[in-house]
Design a binder for this molecule. Structure first.
Ligand code: MG
Length: 392
């Protein structure tokens, strides 16, 4: 009798495209483990990520709005779930491996600092003398090294394919240290199609939910958004069909239409590219110089206009700039305080920092600690270190 996992693996052979990632043909884990009787290798990766500590912290990390008080803004956790949903839809439609896309999606933001991009910029500056800090590489570090859950190994011991998908970018210097995983950044080549599509699902998710959150926060207005062609087009189509709809629902329907249009465009464009290139296997996909999962040229132009709009009107809104400037100060001051005196660190991190023989290794321990913080933890820690009268 085949196990449920073997059944699933057989089904993958039957229903997935030849160029999809097949779990039975995974390049495997750094430390070999016996297969699970019930789940495929990629399903097991997804489950390991969802059960890890860094995943739970995503519920208190944000991207644009710092530790928002209101209940309806996206957090990194809800963003991650939206990315996973969009990625799975695209993967299923293209007969690619839905489980691998989901595993990559749930891991993709694990390495984010508190306070989104402002936190990342500040920590990168602090770490510049020691090789810098990049959240994407940090996500890989979380699953490879930092999680402490398993008896036999540090990290989550994920498959090559999930790790490959997490690593979107990588400077040469780091790539040289990553063995097989770093090769594509040295020799050219692409990751699996599942990795490519999850990367774009991330973009679809944040471009659209930032419109929704920006409207909710009153940082963007409908009038402003109507200057953006893709928004206007969908808005007019919804308004034409539903004449007495409230502004709120009109905006929801517009964003919904935009997400649908982007997914459809991505699926159609990618299907065309896959037909034209006809990769026979995942190895063919990896050898290809160009990405095969992509938006059409007109959609890219529309999305560029949307991104430019969000950059000048949302991400550079004075209220967001004030949050970013506070975030910058919190991260820099915490890092400097811990580097200046590691005895301020809580016990376990302190022992690790004091055991380091050089500044670069100590800086990495401190960067791991700071990067792991949620927004609210970083704010509380800042108070405990710098504000007289706050209990330590
Ligand atoms: Mg993301």
């Amino acid at each position: 009798m085949p196990t449920p996992r073997e059944e699933r693996e057989r089904l993958e052979e039957e229903i997935l495209s030849p160029h999809a990632a097949k779990s039975a043909q995974s390049r495997g884990r750094e430390r070999p483990e016996p297969p699970c009787p019930t789940r495929t290798a990629f399903q097991r990766d997804r489950d390991r990520i969802i059960h890890c500590k860094a995943f739970r912290r995503l519920s208190h990390k944000t991207q644009v709005f710092i530790a928002p008080e209101a209940d309806h803004y996206r957090t990194r956790l809800t963003h991650t779930l939206e990315v996973a949903q969009i990625a799975r839809t695209i993967a299923r439609t293209l007969a690619l491996n839905e489980d691998l896309s989901e595993a990559i999606a749930v891991a993709h933001d694990l390495g984010h600092t508190p306070f989104g991009h402002a936190g990342q910029r500040a920590l990168n500056d602090c770490m510049r003398p020691y090789g810098g800090f990049e959240h994407n590489l940090q996500s890989l570090r979380v699953v490879d090294v930092l999680e402490e859950k398993y008896a036999e190994f540090d990290g989550l011991n994920l498959t090559f394919e999930t790790r490959e998908g997490i690593l979107k970018r990588c400077p040469r210097g780091k790539a040289e240290q990553l063995g097989e995983l770093g090769l594509r950044f040295l020799n050219g080549g692409q990751p699996s199609l599942e990795a490519q599509l999850t990367n774009l699902a991330d973009e679809i998710a944040y471009n659209n939910h930032d419109i929704d959150d920006g409207l909710r926060a009153g940082l963007l207005t409908l009038d402003q958004l109507l200057e953006v062609p893709i928004f206007r087009q969908h808005y007019e189509s919804v308004a034409g069909r539903h004449r007495s709809l409230s502004q709120r629902r009109l905006a929801y329907e517009t964003v919904r239409g935009m997400i649908g249009a982007q997914v459809t465009d991505l699926v159609e464009t990618s299907r065309g590219r896959l037909l034209a290139t006809a990769p026979a296997s995942i190895e063919d996909v990896r050898r290809n110089a160009a990405v095969l999962i992509a938006f059409s040229e007109p959609m890219r132009t529309s999305l560029k206009a949307l991104k430019d709009f969000l950059m000048s009107n949302l991400y550079r809104h004075y209220r967001v700039m004030r949050m970013s400037s506070k975030a910058d100060r919190v991260v820099r001051d915490l890092f400097a305080a811990f580097m200046g005196d590691p005895r301020l660190l809580p016990t376990s991190t302190q022992s690790a920092a004091l055991a380091c023989r050089d500044d670069a290794t100590r800086a990495q321990v401190i960067a791991d600690y700071v990067a792991g913080m949620t927004d609210r933890y970083a704010i509380a820690e800042y108070g405990r270190i710098f504000t007289p009268g706050v209990l330590t």
